[in-house]
Design a protein around this ligand. Sequence first.
Ligand code: ADP
Ligand code: MG
Length: 397
Amino acid sequence: MGKKTIEDIDVRGKRVLVRVDFNVPRNKETGAITDDVRIRAALPTIQYLIDHDAKVILMSHLGRPKGKVNEDMRLTEVGKHLSTLLGKPVTKLDDCVGEDVEKAVAEMKDGDVMLLENVRFYPEEEKNDVHFAKQLAALGDIFVNDAFGTAHRAHCSTAGVGAFLPSVTGYLVKKELAGMGAALMRPEKPFVAIIGGAKISDKIGVVSYLIGKADTIIIGGGMANTFLAAQGHDMKASLVEPESLDVAKETLEQAKAAGTDLILPVDVTVAAAFDAPETAKSVDIDAIDDGWMALDIGPKTIEKCVEKISGAKTIVWNGPMGVFEQEAFAVGTNALAKAVALSDAYSVVGGGDSVAAVKKSGMADRISHISTGGGASLAFMEGRVLPGLSIIDEREE
Ligand code: ADP
Ligand code: MG
């Protein structure tokens, strides 16, 4: 069982088409790359292919050009930087399909590295158009997906090409699959899930998927307010999604039926306004003043959660417990991050803000697996089939 990786296939002399995530943050004025973590993250896979005499053809998107050529979203600077990091030339093309591209590929030597132009310059890319996928696939003999961050998208360069070529994972995707899989596929018990963030509508899929699998689900952040409101608590000016009250009620019933312990805040840290951290104070859930809003979990709730977390063997976390961007409302998130770090559990954190929050707490290096994919890790935690992973060939055993 398991997905094939680049190590399971003979790449020598082959044209290897690699989907990477070079969607790097850049300076708005100068276009200069401000953070090259994503380029560096792809180096192990690229270096392996170079060392094994493959012809390495890289494809990526950058920004949102919406299916049109956008001079500000060319991959030229990325190509230059990659060349510096690799210490060897990288041929950057001005297009990603067509005769000129095919000709350039035909002239490649073993160990050469080529970077195609932004695949999202073509509207076909995001439509997973079969013809465009075929054109891309024609450039390679093997497809390697090493872009976990876009694996939940069914696009030509992430999934479509897989229909035409033997397909394997690169090291980044392999690491994500192993890291997330270890927690979600065969969790050692007790299994504690921590779900937070702003909106219940974003996270209900994860909660549903984990009911019956996790022993305990801790619910915090803005989404907890809707659950509490569904139970009849008056959340005053807190963020509540009225359209999700029924879903919240159903979810509470499902958890009860499945024997999953769903923990909601018993107290919260409130403020008179979103931008009034100086007014922050902790109150019991039924003692929120008129016009005040819950922006973090309170100390009693923290204590309850820490106890559960300390005894866990597996922890999955998605969504901060409060408005962690402000110190006054980061207390719950930081306390849980510390508890996760100090536990013996195998722990996974996924989600853009969640990862940022855990990094800010200083506990990141004590987390077993920090996922690099925002939407992709959320999809994974919802038990969804990720198109960019489902097209990868299974290893025969
Ligand atoms: P992730 O990116 O990890 O998936 P989300 O985007 O779902 O997480 O949630 C993060 C956001 O939720 C943060 O911007 C945070 O400020 C917000 N948030 C957390 N708790 C509350 C709350 N009680 N009220 C309003 N917003 C909240
Ligand atoms: Mg977010």
